[in-house]
Design a binder for this molecule. Structure first.
Ligand code: HEM
Length: 405
């Protein structure tokens, strides 16, 4: 049986993080499926076809914690997901279908479009707060708090906690694991769990027109959800809605800081901003990788995978696979087709993708419209330290021509 080539590959190492693009390219071009000896061993899948095979076959590659009681779920290697089972991420079909059916109508294309006025409101309000100053931190003043306010208002979470929520998720991803900032982020997220729990109790007593109230009234397989299930589901919605969209927008702003011709093209042709969203997603996927666990022996691109094996699929790498994308290093605003995997594939494909695109397009459109000459101070910006998992920018100090609003 072929266990595949064994290599020394660690996507959390300093060496990898010095240049993730080159590390992924080298791996993809040498062998798309390899076994890494780190973290008790795991498969690494870097090509587009391999990504498809894993993510579209939950009967072989499970998102559940495996073995069921104490195994690893949908999380990043080497860590397991903390706390209780995460809904709907750590549930396989057919059980997954019931939970997913609750979320689909909440985040459908039409439901997301209906949120457009609130998306515009929060974006305008945050840009208004800095526009006369002529300088701001694009992350802390705009790309981080705007998605947080939109998502939390929609959920029905107390908005006075929006800033600490966005900072908590940003700190968790934007700082190296184990550092003071990252630990502060984890502690703040625990507090958010508690606040969400209080919100669920409050809505049971006094229903409102919000997502928490909707979820309280929902049944999965004929049974109402427990408070724990609702809190876990909400934390995935907050986590999904908050720092991912932040990273995408921040990465696009850095990209346009470096490519002024493209920036001008998007300003002169705003109709290009929609299709260009897909190209920003392809080139700068906020979540670079995701993990699965093998539940039944199978062949994966010529290698034998066995129950309990962990598998890391790199969406970042698949998005640069030249077999799928011609000239993958080139930014083509209207690339078509553009079947990137940044929202995932298969049953767990991101349910918030429509909302994410709208939030991104509103922030980008307003920034290009109102601060078209923004200049990021590139000497003081740092990418997220652990880009084997999440990619983005810690902070983006910038200057621009001030205006009266
Ligand atoms: C640019 C922004 C976003 C990116 C790149 C992104 C990415 C992803 C990816 C890759 C997955 C699949 C995970 C897996 O296969 O295990 C996912 C799932 C999910 N996302 Fe997003 N996401 C974004 C925005 C959002 C937003 C705005 C929301 C909601 C407010 C959201 C909610 C979710 C949920 C609930 C799931 C779980 C779906 C399921 O398990 O069926 N995401 N997201």
């Amino acid at each position: 049986m072929n266990r595949g080539p064994v290599i020394d590959f660690d996507h959390h190492s300093q060496e990898f993080n010095a240049d993730p693009d080159s590390a992924w390219t080298k791996l993809r071009e040498s062998c798309p499926v390899v076994w890494s000896s780190h973290y008790n061993g795991f498969w690494v899948v870097t090509d587009y076809e391999g990504n498809h095979e894993v993510l579209k076959h939950p009967e072989i590659f499970t998102s559940e914690r495996w073995p069921k009681d104490d195994g690893y779920g949908t999380s990043f290697i080497p860590k397991t997901t903390p706390g209780e089972k995460t809904l709907p991420l750590e549930v396989d079909p057919p059980d997954h279908i019931g939970v997913r059916q609750l979320l689909n109508p909440l985040l459908s294309p039409n439901a997301s479009k209906a949120m457009r006025p609130r998306i515009a409101h929060w974006t305008t309000r945050h840009i208004d707060a800095v526009i006369e100053r002529g300088e701001c931190d694009l992350v802390y003043d705009i790309t981080s708090p705007v998605p947080a306010h939109i998502t939390l208002e929609w959920l029905g979470f107390p908005l006075e906690h929006a800033d600490e929520t966005s900072t908590a998720f940003h700190d968790m991803l934007g700082a190296a694991p184990g550092t003071e900032v990252s630990n502060r982020g984890f502690e703040a997220v625990l507090l958010i769990f508690e606040l969400l729990r209080q919100s669920v109790v409050a809505r049971r007593a006094e229903p409102r027109d919000d997502v928490i109230t909707y979820l309280i009234g929902c049944e999965v397989d004929g049974k109402p959800m427990s408070d724990d299930d609702i809190v876990n589901l909400c934390i995935v919605l907050v986590g999904g809605g908050v720092d991912t969209t932040t990273s995408l927008t921040s990465s696009a702003l850095v990209h346009l800081n470096r490519d002024r011709t493209l920036r001008q093209r998007l300003i002169d042709n705003p109709e290009l901003q929609g299709p260009a969203t897909e190209e920003f997603l392809r080139m700068h996927p906020p979540l670079a990788t995701i993990a699965r666990t093998v539940r039944q022996e199978s062949e994966l691109r010529g290698c034998t995978v066995r129950p309990g094996d962990r598998v890391l699929v790199s969406r970042h790498s698949a998005n640069y696979d030249a077999k799928q994308f011609e000239n993958p290093q080139e930014f083509i605003p209207d690339r078509f087709p553009n079947r990137h995997g940044s929202f995932g594939l298969g049953p767990h494909r991101c349910v918030g993708s429509h909302l994410a695109r709208l939030m991104f397009q509103e922030m980008l459109g307003q920034i290009l419209g109102r601060m078209p000459d923004y200049e990021i101070d590139e000497s003081s910006i740092d990418p997220y330290p652990d880009r084997g998992f999440a990619q983005g920018w810690v902070s983006l100090p910038a200057r621009f021509t001030p205006s009266g609003g």
